[in-house]
Write a protein that binds this ligand. Sequence first.
Ligand SMILES: CC(=O)SCCNC(=O)CCNC(=O)[C@H](O)C(C)(C)COP(=O)(O)OP(=O)(O)OC[C@H]1O[C@@H](n2cnc3c(N)ncnc32)[C@H](O)[C@@H]1OP(=O)(O)O
Length: 163
Amino acid sequence: MASTSPEPAATETGDSVKIRRLQIADRERGFLPLLSQLSSCPDLTESEFAACFADLAALGDDHVILVAEDPAAAPERRILSTGCLFVERKFLRGGGKVGHVEDVVVDAAARGRGLGLRVVRRLVEIAKGAGCYKVILDCTPELRAYYAKCGFVEKGVQMAVYF
Ligand SMILES: CC(=O)SCCNC(=O)CCNC(=O)[C@H](O)C(C)(C)COP(=O)(O)OP(=O)(O)OC[C@H]1O[C@@H](n2cnc3c(N)ncnc32)[C@H](O)[C@@H]1OP(=O)(O)O
């Protein structure tokens, strides 16, 4: 997400919505309320958000957060969708890379317009361009069909330890 490195070109989604990397100003454009539609996401103060943004920006292109912005929407509700790619470096496969897709969400009022598909496809393109040999994600069984539309196939079993 956050990054000081050059941003990928904004992607036209067929209307005024553009897909681009997260910017620090997106705190004011509804980024955190959008994430709260996915999981617990308490508000962060401006300085807390800036600290988190800086930590992630330090990871450069190994941590990409994309957002879909509708410039025609109310200022505090412009971020309609987001998704994250984390690029993991491995010793396996000759020092290969694996892409992890995380935190995909589309605003409830903007679902069914293809935004989720476009954000995930763009993350997969970025992973491919970064040299990843695969991209993986965890999701609920209900989302199998959606991620199949995004090009994913079911593989393995998800395990977790929560703290
Ligand atoms: C790795 C993770 O982050 S998993 C967490 C995923 N996020 C969530 O569950 C948060 C709540 N849900 C959402 O934000 C959205 O419903 C999303 C992200 C799942 C889908 O976003 P949308 O923008 O509505 O999906 P989009 O319009 O791009 O749909 C693309 C295709 O998938 C299909 N699709 C979308 N959602 C679903 C679903 N829940 N089940 C089955 N198919 C679906 C659509 O019908 C469409 O198919 P089509 O091209 O044949 O018409």
